[in-house]
Structures are given as C-alpha cells and as structure tokens.
Write a protein that binds this ligand. Structure first.
Ligand code: AMP
Length: 281
C-alpha cells in the first residue's frame, strides 16, 4: 500500500493501473477510520485496485462546527486501510486541494434543502465540490459511500447523474457498535454518560423499523414514537426527526412506496445522525 500527498502522484499511479487494464474503486473519507469506513474499502475490493482519500475538507464545515477538533491519526488510518485491503491512500494538505485563488464550486438545489442541509447550510456545497475534485483526480470506475450519511448518498447520486460523471455510486449498509450505535468518528467526542445517552438514536431507528414491519405507514405516528424515545433522555436534544421521499428528500406524510426515516440529535455538544431506509413493498 502506498501513501501519497500530491494530485500528480495519484494521477501517475492510476494512469499506470489503467495501462495495465485494471479497474479502480474509490472510497472518500475524512479520516479517523473505523469499521464503517473499512466496510466501504472491503466493498471496493470488487475492483482490481482501491484508492482511499483521507482529507478533512474545511469547505464542508460551518464556522461554528467541529473542524478544529475533528479527530486525526494518520498512522492509525494507514493501519485500518492496510487491514481492509486499500492499495493507495491519498492524504493531501488543504493547500494541495485548494489553491489560493480557488473560486469554483459544485452546488445543488432541492435535495440539499431539507434534513442536514437546513442545519448545515454550506455543507453539501462543500461535499459536492470536494467529491467532484476527488473524482476528477482519481477517475475511479466505482465510488463507495455509506448509507449512514443517507442524504449525502442521495446528493452524490444526483450529482453524478446531473453532471454526467462516468462513475458508478455504490451505497453500503450502516455499520454499528454491538449495542446499536452507528459507528462514527464523532463518537470519540462522547464521555461515558453521553455514550450511553447516544443509544437513543439507534433505539428510535429500531422503533421506526418495528412500526414499519407492523404495517404502520403514517409518518406522524412513526415520528411521534421516535421523538418520545429521544425526549426521554435528558442529554439528548433533537435537531430533526423527519420522513422524506427517497427521490426528493422532501417531507412526506406516508412511507407507502418507500421513504427515508432520518434523524440528527445533539448528545451534549456532539451532533450524531442515524436513519432507516424503507424501500417500500
Ligand atoms: P466520513 O469520514 O465521516 O466523511 O465518512 C466517509 C464515508 O464513510 C462516508 O461515505 C460515510 O457514509 C461512510 N461511513 C461513515 N460511518 C459509517 C458507518 N457507520 N457505516 C457505514 N458507512 C459509514
């Protein structure tokens, strides 16, 4: 496995692989990797070569968000990538990705307006811009994203279709801790009490799954049951619990035919997300 910091090194390596007729899978990350990231790297192993990017992208953080405190450990990340079968890590400095005179952006309308887009107004512009840049640098056949960031996955799929990017986007299942908490680099922010309190997210998601299995389709009823679970926990504060259309990310009153049931909750100062995709019958 090779670790490089420059765009030129990625391009030279991938060009060589292409000459040899090899296919390339790509996993973009912000680092501090866990089994969720590793599951994407393993899924990308269906290609001949796997590239992982580790880049804490300042553009997708708002001014009051956790860019400065986001956990970092490149040596640990290298080990996790190696274990999962990556061939190349691209870990650029901010200056390599954004020249001083940088001024071009990729943005989206409807899909980014609800859910995390409401609380984090510039977030998806930062995500779309950096993912486009990374796609242009790596030029993969397939790219792998977690369903944990459900809105991000929908946004990337839309962007690739709208802008005719010749890349297949693969969505991968949410990887959880044994007690149900969705794995996240941000879980490291939680103290012992908060870690326990954070279980309200997966409990609420589980409740939504149960209700759905029992034939409940009314969004208000599902949201109300989830809200009760979260509100019973004093350390938790709801950012949103919403049920939206899989195509538009706009709120819908019934899950009939499929829906994304998504939530963001502050546990202390840490904002965590979780969700459940109901595919419909
Ligand atoms: P991040 O480093 O948080 O930007 O995440 C990089 C990729 O890993 C994104 O596609 C995430 O959706 C995915 N990811 C993060 N956590 C999980 C998880 N618990 N299960 C599956 N995928 C995940």
């Amino acid at each position: 496995m090779v670790v490089v910091k420059t765009i030129k090194e990625v391009r030279d390596t991938v060009k060589q692989w292409r000459k040899e007729g090899l296919t390339v899978g790509f996993v973009p990350t912000m680092g501090y990797l866990h089994e969720g990231h590793q599951s994407l790297i393993r899924a990308a192993g269906e290609n001949d070569r796997v590239v992982v990017s580790i880049f804490l992208n300042p553009m997708q953080f708002g001014p009051t968000e956790d860019l400065a405190t986001y956990p970092k450990d490149i040596e640990r990340d290298k080990q996790k990538c190696l274990e999962a079968g990556a061939d190349l890590i691209f870990a650029p400095e901010v200056s390599e990705m954004y020249e001083d005179n940088f001024q071009s952006y990729v943005d989206m309308n409807l899909l980014t307006e609800e859910l995390c887009g409401l609380t984090r107004p510039c977030h998806f512009r930062g995500v779309c811009t950096v993912v486009t840049k990374l796609f242009n640098i790596v030029k993969p056949d397939k790219a792998y994203f977690g369903k944990k960031d459900a809105q991000q996955l929908a946004v990337i799929k839309r962007m690739v279709a709208d802008l005719n990017m010749d890349i297949e986007i693969v969505g991968c299942p949410i990887i959880r801790e044994e007690d149900g908490l969705a794995k996240s680099s941000r879980n490291t922010y939680l103290n012992a009490d908060e870690r326990k309190a954070a279980l309200v997210l997966s409990k609420a998601v589980k409740k939504a799954e149960e209700l759905t299995e029992n034939g409940v389709r009314n969004s208000a009823e599902i949201i109300s049951a989830m809200t009760s679970i979260v509100e019973a926990e004093p350390l938790a504060k709801i950012d949103y619990i919403k049920i939206v259309s899989l195509d538009t990310m706009q709120q819908i009153s019934s899950t009939e035919g499929g829906a994304l049931i998504a939530m963001a909750v502050y546990i202390g100062k840490t904002r965590l997300i979780d969700n459940f995709f109901y595919e419909g019958e």
